[in-house]
Design a protein around this ligand. Structure first.
Ligand code: RTP
Ligand code: MG
Length: 136
């Protein structure tokens, strides 16, 4: 069965939205097969966000992602990679559709800084790589 990595980012955990996010995942019929709370290190984030390492927003992304604990979850189900991305909504909370996690709950401070609650793997290759990074 297909698996994906879901991260509830520090803003989601701090705002006590872990239950809200996981309830949406469970209601949709997906199954959690592993879950833990972790403090991310810069090294882990450099691997996880390898494609963004050289981007101007990377330092702020590290600050955001190390600002508190993250809940990392392996979620399983048919077409779960696409499914969790669909539940999450698009990256920017202002543009994410209402009904999605980011559209309903994400924050946009208008300064370029966004707090979008979740990360989810975007392909089977990313899912395998990210699950290996966060769980092993
Ligand atoms: P998706 O691929 O679902 O659109 O979302 P993502 O969360 O993977 O977004 P991505 O563009 O890959 O960026 C990763 C995370 O970096 C932060 N970000 N900040 N200030 C900015 O311009 C900016 N761009 C990206 C967000 O936390 C985003 O989720
Ligand atoms: Mg991405």
């Amino acid at each position: 069965m297909e698996q994906t990595l879901l991260l509830i980012k520090p803003d989601g955990v701090k705002r006590q939205l872990t239950g809200e996010v996981l309830a949406r995942v469970e209601r949709k019929g997906y199954v959690m097969t592993d879950l833990k709370m972790v403090m991310a290190t810069e090294e882990l984030l450099s691997e996880h966000y390898a494609e963004h390492r050289e981007k101007p927003f990377f330092p702020d992304l590290v600050t955001y992602m190390t600002s508190g604990p993250i809940v990392a979850v392996i979620v399983e189900g048919a077409r779960v990679i696409e499914g969790i991305r669909s539940l999450s909504g698009s990256t920017e909370p202002t543009l994410a559709a209402p009904g999605t996690i980011r559209g309903d709950l994400g924050r946009d401070w208008g300064t370029g800084q966004i707090e979008n609650i979740v990360h989810s793997s975007d392909s089977p290759e990313s899912a395998a790589r990210e699950i290996g990074l966060w769980f092993n």
